[in-house]
Structures are given as C-alpha cells and as structure tokens.
Design a protein around this ligand. Structure first.
Ligand code: FMN
Length: 203
C-alpha cells in the first residue's frame, strides 16, 4: 500500500491502559503531515484523564497541544455512526486502535459495529485496508486469545503493547517509542523512533 499524507488515517483510542501511546502517535503522525480522524471511547477519555490528565474530548485542549498541526485532526464522536469513517466509500488508508481494550477487541471480533470504533474497524476488514490493534491486557484469558486469532484471520494485525529491551531503553519514552515505532513500521510509515537491532552488538 502506498501511503499518502492526503488520505486520512483513523486513530481510535479505547479504555485500555496506555493513553500515552495514543497521544504520542497523534503527535508523530500530525507532525509528518497526515490527516487524522480521531475516535475516542468514553472509557478512553476517563483513562486519559487519569493517566495523562489530558482531555481528548476538548477541542481547545487539542488545539493548544497540537498547535499548527491541529487543522489536520478531525474529532469524531464514538456514537456517531453517520461519520465519514463509518462508510467503506470514505477513502481512508487504514486504522490504528491504540491502545486497544479487550472490550473493543471482542466487539471487533464479533462484528458488532455498534459504535464508530467497532464499525470503522469492521469497514477496514471488509475493504481489506490496514487495521492494527495495539492490544493491552495481562494476563490474557482464552476469550481474548480467541478474539485475537479471529481478528488476525480476518486480516487485522494484532500488535501487543509489548516493548523490547534489546535497544537498552533508559526512559519511559524509549519504551513508548519502541511500541509506536513498531506500529508505524507495520502500518508502512517510516520512522526512527527506536534503535533497530544490529546483530554486531550481540557478542
Ligand atoms: C484505569 C483503567 C485501566 C484499564 N486498563 C485496561 C487494559 O489495560 N486493558 C483492557 O482491556 N481494559 C482495561 N480497562 C477496562 C476497560 O476500560 C473497560 O473494559 C471498558 O469497558 C473498555 O471500553 P472501550 O473498549 O469502549 O474503551 C481499564 C479500565 C480503567 C478504568
């Protein structure tokens, strides 16, 4: 798939822990010039308030945070099933759900399409466009595992928020950037967010 900054990417934030992954992803993509359709679940808003003291629902907060890049961000209500991203005819180049709760995973695996997040993900699967679920939960029960297999078999990519340590992270940012770097790699967006493996450093 050829990525173009002119075709929007959908970013969904759900109520799993790790709102920082979402905020950083938005910062990076907007800075690179991408147009973003943002959807936040109700619980995502609460978790982000707790973890970051950040309000993804407030246009003023988003405008202040993203500054000159804000005009490329479209905020969609999760209950608005009539939003553009709800339709397969909308020219999106894919969707990243970051972080992705087990609830959202389950709804996508069952094809409920009951809110804009589940519906947009369903559209990605039916249109064969890219869908990445940055899932976060631990431990995983067999329902979670089966749902991940179902979504993977339907064409979605399960990318657990699971940082590695071989690049010798020093800060939380290093860990966060590793997960986002892997996500963008899989989506097809060039980035230098983490140090790539060099076998020569393994002696
Ligand atoms: C502080 C907090 C942290 C949570 N962390 C997780 C998590 O890491 N993974 C997960 O699957 N659910 C987590 N949950 C539970 C989900 O938020 C909950 O299942 C919610 O219904 C998910 O809704 P959503 O998928 O519409 O966002 C957390 C809830 C809270 C309040």
């Amino acid at each position: 798939m050829n990525l173009s900054v002119n075709k929007p990417i959908t970013i969904a934030i759900t109520g799993a822990s790790g709102s920082i992954y979402a905020l950083r992803t938005l910062e990076i993509l907007l800075k690179q010039g991408f147009k973003i359709n943002l959807i936040c679940s109700e619980t995502a808003l609460k978790v982000a308030k707790l973890e970051l003291n950040f309000n993804f629902e407030s246009k003023e907060v988003l405008q202040k945070h993203f500054g000159e890049f804000y005009p490329n961000l479209t905020l969609n209500s999760a209950s608005n099933l009539a939003a553009q991203v709800s339709s397969g005819s909308f020219p999106s180049q894919g969707m990243i759900i970051i972080p992705c709760s087990m609830g959202a995973l389950g709804r996508i695996a069952c094809g409920t399409s009951n809110d804009l997040i589940a519906r947009s993900a369903d559209v990605c699967l039916k249109e064969r466009s890219k869908l990445i679920l940055v899932v976060r939960e631990t431990p995983l029960n067999s329902i979670h595992l089966q749902n991940m297999l179902t979504v993977s078999q339907a064409g979605g990519i399960i990318l657990p928020a699971m940082p590695a340590f071989y690049h010798q992270p020093q800060t939380i940012d290093d860990l966060v950037n590793f997960v986002i770097g892997k996500t963008l790699d899989v989506f097809g967006i060039e980035n230098n967010l983490f140090e790539r493996w060099l076998s020569s450093s393994f002696k």
